[in-house]
Ligand binder design. Structure first.
Ligand SMILES: Cc1cc2nc3c(=O)[nH]c(=O)nc-3n(C[C@H](O)[C@H](O)[C@H](O)COP(=O)(O)OP(=O)(O)OC[C@H]3O[C@@H](n4cnc5c(N)ncnc54)[C@H](O)[C@@H]3O)c2cc1C
Length: 324
C-alpha cells in the first residue's frame, strides 16, 4: 500500500506547487502510516528527482518514454494507472491544474476509485476517508466521504504549505507500454507563451478591471507587478474587449486563482469574478465607489481613483524595496 503523487515537471524542473503537493501527500502518508511515492513522466535529471525526497518522497518512479514527450490525457492516464497498480496506491494525488483535471476523472474510472476534485485541506479522517472541498464556484464547502478502496484527490494550488521532511529517496525507472491507440488525440503543434508568470501559480497577482478605462492604462499595472514580482490578470470584460489576453481572465468562466495576495484595481467584485479569486489568502480592492461589492469580500480596501492610488503605491513600494 502507498500514497502516489503525480509530480508534473516543466521542461525538467519542478515548481513550488510540486513541493506543496508532496507535502500534502506526505501528511496523508503519515496519517495512513504508509510510504509516499512520487511519479514523474519525462526527462528530469536525478538531482532534480532527488529534491523530491526533501518533501517526504521515499521513492520516485521515473517514466521516460519518447511517446510521452507530448502530453495527452489518455496516454498519461495509462502510465499513471500502471504505476498506481504497481505500487498498490490507495490514494493518488494530483494538482487541480489543467493536466490534473484531465487525468483524474479518467483514472477514477479505470481504477474504480472515488474522486474529490479541488480539495484545499487534509482529510479530517482517513478511516472513514473524509475530505472537504469547495463547491458552488468557491462560494461554499461540502464534506465528502470517499468510500471506494482507492481515493483520488486533486489539490488546489497555493492551498497547502511546503513542509520539508527529508527522506533518502530511491529513484526507480518504471516502464509502460504506450500503444498508438493510447495516442489517439495527438497534438500536432504546441505554442507556448514564454517569460510570463503563470497566473495560477503566482503568489501575488495584480488584477485590473473595466475601471481602468482602456488598454493604454495597463502600464501602471505592469509596473506594480514588476515591482512586486507578481503576475497580471483581469476581469472578463477586459479580456472580452481585448484590452488584455484571454489567458489573464479570472473568474467563474476564466481561471481560478489562489495567490497569497490579490490586488483588484477598478474591479467591481461581481459574484462571477469573486468565484475565481476568493481562494486568495489576502485580497485588496482599489475602487472609486465605496459601495463596490469587492469591498465586502476584500481584507483591505482603498476608496480612491486608481490613476492616483496606483502610481502612489508603486512609488511607495519602490522606496520600501530600496529600504528608504
Ligand atoms: C455567466 C457569467 C459568467 C461570468 N464570468 C465572469 C468571470 O469569469 N470573470 C469576471 O470577471 N466576470 C465574469 N462575468 C461578468 C461579471 O458579472 C461582471 O460583469 C464583471 O466581472 C465586471 O467586470 P469589472 O468589474 O471589470 O467591470 P465593471 O462592472 O464595469 O466595474 C468597474 C469598476 O471600476 C470602478 N472604477 C471606475 N473608475 C475607477 C477608477 N478611476 N479607479 C478605481 N476604480 C474605478 C467602478 O466603480 C466599478 O466598480 C460573468 C458574467 C456572467 C453572466
Amino acid at each position: 500500500m502507498s500514497i502516489l503523487v503525480y509530480t508534473e515537471n516543466w521542461e525538467g524542473k519542478f515548481k513550488k506547487s510540486t513541493y506543496e503537493l508532496l507535502s500534502y501527500g506526505n501528511e496523508i502518508a503519515k496519517m495512513m502510516n504508509t510510504p509516499l511515492i512520487a511519479l514523474t513522466i519525462g526527462n528530469v535529471d536525478d538531482n532534480e528527482l532527488k529534491s523530491l525526497g526533501n518533501y517526504g518522497a521515499e521513492k520516485v518512479l521515473k517514466i521516460s518514454d519518447p511517446k510521452l514527450d507530448v502530453f495527452t490525457s489518455k496516454s498519461y492516464t495509462k502510465a499513471i494507472y500502471e504505476a498506481a497498480k504497481a505500487v498498490d496506491a490507495k490514494v493518488v494525488i494530483f494538482s487541480n491544474n489543467v493536466s490534473g483535471k484531465a487525468i483524474s476523472p479518467r483514472l477514477t474510472v479505470k481504477l474504480d476509485a472515488a474522486l474529490a476534485a479541488g480539495v484545499m485541506h487534509l482529510p479530517t479522517s482517513t478511516d472513514p476517508f473524509l475530505v472537504r472541498k469547495r463547491v458552488y464556484s468557491g462560494k461554499g464547502f461540502a464534506d465528502y466521504e470517499l468510500n471506494a478502496d482507492i481515493k483520488i484527490l486533486t489539490l488546489n494550488t497555493n492551498s497547502f504549505e511546503v513542509i520539508e521532511n527529508h527522506k533518502d529517496t530511491v529513484i526507480e525507472a518504471f516502464s509502460v507500454q504506450i500503444a498508438d491507440s493510447d495516442l489517439s488525440a495527438k497534438p500536432l503543434s504546441v505554442e507556448k507563451t514564454s517569460g510570463k508568470l503563470l497566473i495560477t501559480e503566482a503568489e501575488i497577482l495584480v488584477s485590473g478591471g473595466r475601471g481602468l478605462k482602456g488598454p493604454e492604462n495597463w502600464g501602471m499595472i505592469e509596473e506594480m507587478a514588476e515591482i512586486l514580482g507578481a503576475g497580471t490578470c483581469c476581469s472578463r470584460p477586459v479580456a472580452d474587449l481585448e484590452w488584455r489576453p484571454h489567458q489573464e481572465h479570472v473568474g467563474q468562466t476564466g481561471k481560478v486563482v489562489a495567490p497569497n495576495l490579490y490586488i483588484a484595481i477598478g474591479i467591481s467584485g461581481a459574484i462571477q469574478h469573486l468565484a475565481g479569486v476568493n481562494g486568495s489568502k489576502v485580497m485588496v480592492a482599489i475602487n472609486t465607489d465605496p459601495e463596490a461589492p469587492f469591498f465586502e469580500a476584500a481584507d483591505y480596501g482603498i476608496v480612491g481613483d486608481a490613476f492616483k492610488v496606483v502610481p502612489a503605491l508603486n512609488e511607495a513600494f519602490r522606496k520600501f524595496k530600496q529600504g528608504s
